[in-house]
Every structure is written in C-alpha cells, then in structure tokens.
Design a protein around this ligand. Structure first.
Ligand code: NAD
Length: 322
C-alpha cells in the first residue's frame, strides 16, 4: 500500500486532501498542531506535532514500520486572508519558514520519494486587471506584493535545491485563492469568499455589508475539489518547477458579492471602507497544469452554491450557541 503524509492536515485544504488520498487507496498520516475543526480527520493516524521543530519533522516523515513515506504533502503554514497576511508578517516569515526548512530537510535526508509543496499565487507581482496572463517563469525577476509570497518563493527554492541534492522528486503547486466548505469562516484568518458569505448570512435582505477597498480588485477563485484534482495530478506528473493551479474566472470583489447574494437570495448593499486590499489583479496562464489533463469542474457560482449554505449553517449555529 502506498503511504502519504499530509502536513497541515488539521487545516482547510489539508483535511480535504486527506479524504481524497484515502479514496485513492493510500495509508495516510495527518500531522498538524490541531485536529480538523469541522469534521473528524479521515487519516489512518493523526499526530499533533509542531513542525517548526526539526525532531518533530524527522518523526513525522517515518511510517510506523520505520520506512520513509512514499509521498509528503507539505501544506502546514501560518496562514490567513489579506487581513492576517498584513498583520502577521513576522509570524509568517518565522513560523512558515521554520516549518519548510525542517520539513524539506527531514524529507530529503530521510528518503521520502515524492514531496509536494503548497506554494501560492502570491509569489507573483501586483498586476493591472487587463495585463496579459503570466507564465510560471514570470515569477522571476521576483517582486511579490507581501512577505507571505517571499516566504513561499524561498521555500520553493529550498525544496528544489534539496530535491536536486538528494534525488527527491519535488512538485511545486502554486495555489490560487481556494474556497469551499470547512474553510475558516471567522476569527480573522478567513479569506474573501468565506468572509463575504458570513457577512451576507448575518444580514437581512436589503441590509449593508462592509468591504475593504473600493471592490474593484480582480481575483480568481478555485473551488476545493478542483484544487484537489490538481494537487493529485501534479504530484504524479513529471512537471518540475512551479505550476499554477486555479480556475481562470476573473471577478471583482464587487462581483463576488453579487454571486454570493444571488446564491443567498438576498438583496445586498455594500459600504466600502478602508482596509488591506492586496494586489489589484493577478492573471496567470494554466497551460502547464492543463497539459497533464487538469480542467476546472466548478464555476464560481457552483462553488459558492456549495460553500454559502455551509457558512450560513455555521453562523446560525454560532448565534444559537451565544
Ligand atoms: P489552513 O490555515 O487552514 O491550514 C494550515 C494548517 O497548518 C493549519 O491547520 C495549521 O494549524 C497548520 N500549522 C500551522 N503551523 C503549524 C506548525 N507549526 N506545525 C504543524 N502545523 C501547523 O490553510 P489552508 O488554506 O488549508 O492552506 C494550506 C496551504 O496552502 C498553506 O501552505 C497555504 O499557504 C497554501 N495556500 C492556500 C491558499 C488558499 O486559498 N487557501 C492559497 C494559496 C496557498
């Protein structure tokens, strides 16, 4: 039986990835500081470990039978939406970097065969909405908009360097904004689709929600199932270097509000307030992931159709519990 270890298995994407790998027939270990918040982990074994510590990384990459894992998926990070990324620059630079330094080193030295690192579209520079889409190589010369993006670029390079030295197959997945049920929806680390779903769930029809900036920043959002398809395909492909995974459906934040309002069946008014907005736009090509057979299956409308009811149920349950 193939073995896989998922770092960050208590988080949004990691907990979904564990379920996908179980369906594919793997023996899976999940590792995180915490258990998944919204459903039981599907992992065969779950270790609560702080992956900033080298000995914990060395322990995590060895199976109970004493062999290195066939596959390691490194998704652990100190992570959040735009508000968190701006407020927690030092935590991101320190914590995520320590995790990546020690996990890359332990995996390569102890003989893991395949290693996938969860990088981000934040490695790219700020763009204008109508600029031509960037290829993966155009992450260089590098000018990420925030420290989170710089840390991801460093971790990509570290993984590639160790892959070359130790003969470990390294796959670098650059995730676009990803959303879906069981993602963080409150508390300051939530991303735009979940945050806006919560705000819309909490108002009566005809009410106002506040959004940061003027709402014209352009984004593309990827539904969790599409991302999981991409991660699995990429891990088992021969694609080296960075690979973008994401749906090419670009919408402004104002348009995202309209999609969620339509799914909610509510008339929603927007009040624009000061706040961290991030880049104006990011447009990327997807030729590399498409070439290995990946295709997005979920439109934004469909993905929100699955996500909004889940966020609404969480918000209602939280209100009742107050
Ligand atoms: P998440 O915050 O839900 O999951 C990250 C997990 O890492 C959390 O469960 C957290 O507890 C764990 N973690 C943090 N510090 C740790 C430590 N010291 N030891 C062990 N575990 C630790 O985030 P997510 O949205 O599931 O993102 C997963 C990965 O994908 C991250 O690397 C993130 O940067 C990347 N990514 C996500 C998106 C997105 O839109 N969600 C976009 C681009 C890249």
């Amino acid at each position: 039986m193939q073995t896989a270890m998922v770092c960050g298995a208590g988080g949004f994407i990691g907990s979904h990835l564990v379920k996908r790998l179980k369906k594919e027939g793997y023996w899976v270990r999940g590792v995180d500081l915490k258990l998944p918040e919204f459903s039981e982990s599907a992992a065969d074994e779950f270790l609560k470990l702080d992956l900033r510590e080298q000995p914990n990384c060395e322990r995590a990459v060895i199976t109970p039978e004493g062999r290195p894992f066939d596959e390691v998926y490194q998704l652990a990070a100190d992570m959040g939406g735009m508000g968190f990324i701006h407020a927690a620059e030092c935590e991101i630079m320190r914590n995520s970097c320590l995790i990546n330094v020690h996990m890359t080193d332990a995996s390569a030295r102890l003989g893991v065969k395949r290693y996938l690192f969860s990088s981000s579209a934040c490695v790219y520079r700020d763009m204008e909405p109508d600029e031509p889409e960037l290829t993966e190589e155009e992450a260089y010369p590098a000018l990420p908009d925030n420290e989170y993006g710089w840390e991801k670029l460093y971790a990509e390079r570290m993984a590639m360097t160790y892959g070359r030295r130790f003969g470990m197959v390294v796959r670098l997945a650059r995730f676009q904004n990803t959303y879906g049920p069981e993602g963080t929806w409150q508390g300051g680390r939530e991303k735009a689709p979940a945050a806006l779903s919560r705000k819309i769930a909490e108002i009566e029809g005809g009410g106002f929600i506040e959004i940061w900036g003027d709402g014209t920043a352009m984004r593309a959002y990827t539904y969790i199932e599409d991302l999981l398809d991409g991660i699995y395909l990429l891990m088992h492909s021969d694609l080296e270097d960075g690979v973008n995974i994401g749906r090419q459906e670009y919408v402004s934040v104002n348009e995202l509000v309209c999609v969620i309002a339509e799914v909610a069946g509510k008339e929603v008014h927007v009040k624009h307030i000061e706040g961290p907005v991030g880049v104006r736009a990011r447009n990327f090509r997807h030729d590399r992931i498409s070439a290995i057979g990946w295709e997005s299956r979920f439109s934004l409308r469909e993905g929100i159709g699955h996500t909004y009811p889940w966020v609404k149920a969480q918000a209602e349950a939280a209100r009742k519990a107050e």
